[in-house]
Design a protein around this ligand. Structure first.
Ligand code: AMP
Ligand code: DBH
Length: 542
């Protein structure tokens, strides 16, 4: 948490206002309760209804023992219930832990155990996976299921009555932790990111302003709502803050999303680079046949779309250049992290900036340092490690004292692990990454986490997971495996099955396996991932 002198400054400068998420929703419901807040398929939820549902659910959750400060792992797809649940927890001061729909028993089990969660709220079946089967992983947390509960506690039965709401205890203060967001991480287990009402709402308000959101804005959530980008940059919370409307897409494919943009007159949405390409290709292919290869029946009318935000991974210049001409909207590049710092190109920036940079920070009080391996500032304009501190960047991960000593500097700067260059105009260009992470089209994979799971295979003596450049996803993952003496080298399908059976999210399962006799090592004897990546690049060229 921030030292007292920083807290004072952040308050004095008006960043931290003392507003909680519950205050925000109450104020919006009082000001314009009849307006539509959320569109989920055929369902339309007004601000007043959302507030009412959240309060009644808060009462119900309180009834099953959820208290201020408790953690509740939430794994819901893009549905209206997601908002009921998180605003209910915000009202109680209980902390949602934002799992992604792609997470499986390995991740859910860890989140529940590490946070000592009192409940795990999930869905019935999504994208062919029965989330109720995660009950065992969630033990001893109470499983609450949205949709068909199948013998577990049903979310729908938990909404209380007005008298229950009246008896609710006081909610949290704005400087308390509001929720735990996930880090893509680079070490063994995913890290949890504690964000307060004060700091997060500042980033939401400022992001909404940068993105010119207002009551007429209609934000389409195509990526998972629980992801930091979709939630806050400016995301669904930015749209609600502005008194606008959130439209939920269950899936981000062009056949789902493009007709939704047309039908709901969406004005802004956010994607990762591979999705941007997929949407561009779908629109460019201009289908004339009913249900062409993309599943579209006609070229959708995207005239309402003013802004397409792209972030989560580096956007290629060639793709950036196609967004405006093909989709007829403004591109905005977003370089952010759940730990805090978010950079945007501004809507009125010239094309040169929008097409070739990853933006500049939200806040005048975002402090950035670009340094060499010894933490010395690099000469202006040169690439170096990005360190940052500011009014909405955490000072430490949740219950991770040992890791925090290396992930943050002594004076509280977060080591992003990104290599960036700052141009004379203050805009950042992401040049690469120094952390052991694979960025698979915006989905982050911590090499060490996957290696740990690979090591549990009986034939694996040692393993190193690295990124392989990929034309479509930017990067895919490759596992280098050293086979135990005398063991039969495992095949890619066998290793993938092993990891799936261990309950690892699908996006973390290596795309490729290379069996090696020895690992290249660095001067101090660590496995040299750099040399492994170079070896892969050489085989790809050959
Ligand atoms: P996380 O810490 O898991 O929230 O992931 C944030 C990381 O995603 C950043 O530190 C970057 O490595 C990467 N990232 C996000 N946006 C961009 C972008 N626009 N360009 C390049 N990398 C990005
Ligand atoms: O990748 C990210 O984590 C990210 C990207 C864009 C993010 O957290 C954000 C914007 O807020």
């Amino acid at each position: 948490m921030w030292p007292e002198d920083f807290r004072r400054v952040y308050r004095e400068r008006g960043y931290w206002t003392g507003q909680t998420f519950d205050d925000l929703l109450r104020e919006r419901a009082e000001a314009h309760g009849e307006r539509i807040a959320i569109v989920d398929g055929e369902r339309r939820v007004t601000y007043a209804e959302l507030r009412d549902r959240a309060l009644r659910l808060a009462a119900g959750l309180h009834g099953i023992g959820v208290r201020r400060g408790d953690r509740v792992v939430v794994q819901l797809p893009n549905t209206a219930e997601f908002f009921d649940v998180v605003f209910a927890l915000f009202r109680l001061g209980a902390l949602p832990v934002f799992a992604l729909p792609a997470h499986r028993s390995a991740e859910i089990g860890y989140f529940c155990a590490h946070t000592e969660a009192v409940a795990f709220v999930t869905t019935d079946v999504h994208e062919g996976f029965d989330h109720r089967t995660l009950a065992a992983a969630a033990e001893p947390a109470t499983l609450v299921v949205a949709g068909d509960p199948g013998g577990h506690a049903g979310l729908a039965t938990l909404y209380g009555e007005a008298d229950d709401v009246a008896r609710l205890p006081a909610g949290p203060a704005a400087d308390e932790v509001a929720f735990l967001q996930l880090s893509g991480g680079s070490t063994g287990l995913p890290k949890l990111i504690p964000r307060t009402h004060d700091d997060y709402l500042y980033s939401v308000r400022a992001s909404a302003e940068i993105c010119a959101l207002g009551p007429g804005s209609i934000y389409l959530a195509a990526l998972p709502v629980s992801h930091n980008f979709t939630m806050s940059s400016p995301g669904v919370l930015g749209a609600l803050h502005a008194g606008g409307r959130v439209v939920l897409a269950r899936r981000p494919d062009p056949a789902t999303v493009l007709p939704l943009i047309e039908r709901e007159r969406v004005t802004i949405t956010a994607v990762v680079p591979p999705l941007a390409r997929l949407w561009l290709e779908a629109v460019e292919s201009e289908p004339t046949e009913p249900t062409g290869p993309t599943g579209l029946t006609a070229r959708p009318d995207l005239a309402s779309l003013a802004v397409l935000q792209v972030g989560g991974a580096k956007l290629a210049d060639t793709v950036a250049a196609r967004v405006g001409p093909v989709l007829g909207c403004r591109l905005q590049q977003v370089f952010g992290m759940a730990e805090g710092l978010v950079n945007y190109t501004r809507l009125d920036d010239p094309d040169e900036i929008v097409l070739h940079t990853q933006g500049r920070p939200i806040s005048p009080d975002d402090e950035l340092r670009i340094v060499d391996d010894a933490d010395r500032p690099v000469p202006p304009g040169e690439a170096g490690h990005l360190l940052t501190r500011g009014p909405y960047t955490i000072r430490g991960y949740w219950r991770a004292a040992a890791h925090n000593r290396t992930a943050f500097t002594a004076d509280g700067f977060y080591r992003t692990g990104d290599l960036v260059r700052r141009r004379p105009d203050g805009y950042l260009v992401v040049e690469g990454r120094a952390k052991d992470q694979i960025n698979r089209g915006g989905e982050k994979i911590a090499a060490e986490e996957v290696e740990h799971h690979l090591l549990t295979h009986p034939a694996v003596h040692d393993a190193a997971v690295v990124a392989v450049p990929d034309a479509y996803l930017g990067e895919r993952s490759c596992a280098f495996v050293l086979v135990r003496p005398g063991a039969v080298p495992p095949t890619l399908p066998a290793l993938r099955r092993h990891l799936r059976e261990r309950g690892l999210a699908a996006f973390k399962i290596p795309d490729r396996v290379e069996i090696v006799d020895a690992f290249p090592v660095t001067g101090v004897g660590k496995i040299s991932r750099r040399e492994l990546r170079a070896a892969l690049a050489a085989t790809q060229k050959g």
